[in-house]
Design a protein around this ligand. Structure first.
Ligand SMILES: [Zn+2]
Length: 218
């Protein structure tokens, strides 16, 4: 998504056409037919949505995509940054017989958990992204949930203080221990594939024969 300066520059470029009529159209778009603009007049060029409030304050959204939608279904017990976040539900979801990296990104169970948090929490917990939750010990799953919450909370605190969040594995070539990092797009067969980074040494793959056998040497 372009940031403020880019949007401002675009606004500057198109402003000189305000008040002129479209005499011919071209290009293609799946969302609308360019022909529909023919003979229309460009009346204004705005680059953002501004919402003013009674107290004098206002919110400005740069280059946002707008659409009407029904109220989001908010379940605080699944929100990793909510005080009502329910660890029991989270652990139950993670314990499923599917790769933990799929479950972590499932917003029905971990609302607010994105790809960066997924990669970092798995690395900190020393868990391979494709490890089946059902093969991980309860203490490993507990540790994973701890790292998810801790990383997310620290990130939020840092953001509020204007600090940049430093990652240990996300988009890295080497883990902090100096090992070569693996990178692959992973996701459910019919779902969204997300780039995943992991260290094969710090996050060893589990044996598929039975319960977890690999141990970390930390
Ligand atoms: Zn490593």
């Amino acid at each position: 998504m372009p940031e403020g300066p880019s949007v401002r520059k675009f606004h500057h470029l198109v402003s000189s056409f305000v008040g002129q009529q479209v005499v011919k159209t071209g290009g293609s778009s799946k969302k609308l037919h360019p022909d529909g603009f023919q003979a229309l007049w460009l009346q204004d060029a705005q680059v953002r949505l501004i919402l003013h409030f009674g107290g004098g304050g206002f919110l400005v959204f740069y280059n946002c995509q707008m659409s009407w939608s029904s109220s989001p279904v908010v379940t605080p017990t699944c929100d990793i940054l909510s005080e009502k976040f329910h660890r029991g539900q989270a652990l139950e979801a993670l314990g499923q017989a599917q790769p933990v990296c799929y479950t972590l990104l499932d917003q029905r169970h971990f609302s607010g958990l994105g790809n960066i948090i997924k990669n970092e929490a798995l690395y900190k917990a020393g868990i391979h992204p494709l490890a089946l939750g059902s093969l991980l010990s309860p203490s490993r799953l507990e540790a994973l949930v701890d790292h998810v919450v801790e990383f997310s909370t620290d990130w939020l605190q840092g953001k509020l203080q204007g600090k940049q969040k430093h990652t240990q594995i996300y988009q890295k070539e080497h883990c902090p221990a100096g090992h070569q990092v693996m990178k692959k797009a992973l996701g459910p067969p019919s779902g969204f594939q997300r780039l995943t980074w992991w260290c094969p040494h710090c996050q060893p793959q589990l044996s598929s024969e039975g319960p977890e056998q690999s141990q970390l040497s930390e």
